[in-house]
Design a protein around this ligand. Sequence first.
Ligand SMILES: *Cc1c(COP(=O)(O)O)cnc(C)c1O
Length: 401
Amino acid sequence: MSELLTKMMPKEWGFATQAIHGDGTRVADGTGSLVPPIYQTSTFVFENVEQGARRFSGLEEGYAYTRLGNPTVQLLEEKIASLEGADSALAFGSGMAAISAVLLGMVKTGDHVLCSRSLYGCTFGLLKLMEERYQVEVSLIEMSDEETVRRAIRPNTTLIYLETPANPTLELIDLKMVSKVAKEKGICTAVDNTFLSPYLQRPIELGCDIVIHSATKYIGGHGDVVAGVIAGSHDMMQQIQITTQKDLGGILAPMDAFLLLRGLKTLALRMEQHNRSAQLVAEFLESHPLVSRVYYPGLSSFPQHELAKKQMDGFGGVIAFELTGGYEAAVHMLNRLKLCGLAVSLGDVDTLIQHPASMTHSGVPREERWKMGISDGLVRLSVGIEEVEDIMEDLRQAMEK
Ligand SMILES: *Cc1c(COP(=O)(O)O)cnc(C)c1O
């Protein structure tokens, strides 16, 4: 099932140049428009019946109906594929539409899906539903070493599903190690790369098969669109397109594709600032007496700091931390912030902060939450690109008040 991908991001252009000028930049409509138009149309007119027939049979390239393909959305797909170093990509109306298209497109009744132990709350919910309704076997394990991964593989394992860094604990998984084991056994590996964006981590270059993003986060970057993308080999993307993308129908709107194309032009710049500011905020939190623990891959106290340096091109903008006063202190602080927005989501230019136990992970039973390493007092902070001193001052006044 797995196919080795050899195509890499062209080396002659760096990432930031590729994001602005590379594949998926312009449509050949003869106008020379610098910025692509938003093809806000549901359908496309055929010249005659014969042409319509050719379009539907695939004998002729072109468009037929926006759920099956739209020029603005296709540009975004080309851009994502090139930035992830993949053959091909598909866009969806949300991160969960992308995740469900992958899970329902790749897994059937009786299969076993092996997952990393910390999963996005709704991904966990969908896997539970597949377990209960469709007799799919699901197991969540700590993928800390090769032996543990090998032991957890069953004869019917068809998919390894990972999040690294994990939400919200930032636990990392060695993608080279897992993809090597998976390849040996012919198992497909899918990675949710939302927390880093292709600027900081490209799982396909590390041997994984499918990359998934909630494009709502860093790819969009401005908190104005909900979207998802996936990237991988032509064969896998085509399989998912003609099955779950087309038939479940969770497609991306042309206007939203336009917003994501715009967001991608500044991705490199934004990620550099997220990296710098989050490092400073993490160091500030670690040195604060009211903070008991900080989880950030860029701290030398982070247990997987070495793996982070090896596998990622930067440590990202998300931090998790616990206060010495636990749950009560976390609530007290969150209710006193002035600048940081008390909101779920992450990866925006705005700093956002949330409380997983009462918000994003409230649907996960407490015991399961604990197994994922999410204590009741844990706070998740997505550091934005405001002046970093202002962010730190806001956290300080809210904690100390
Ligand atoms: C937000 C998020 C999702 C879900 O994406 P939506 O765009 O909200 O549907 C999936 N995985 C991770 C890691 C996320 O942060």
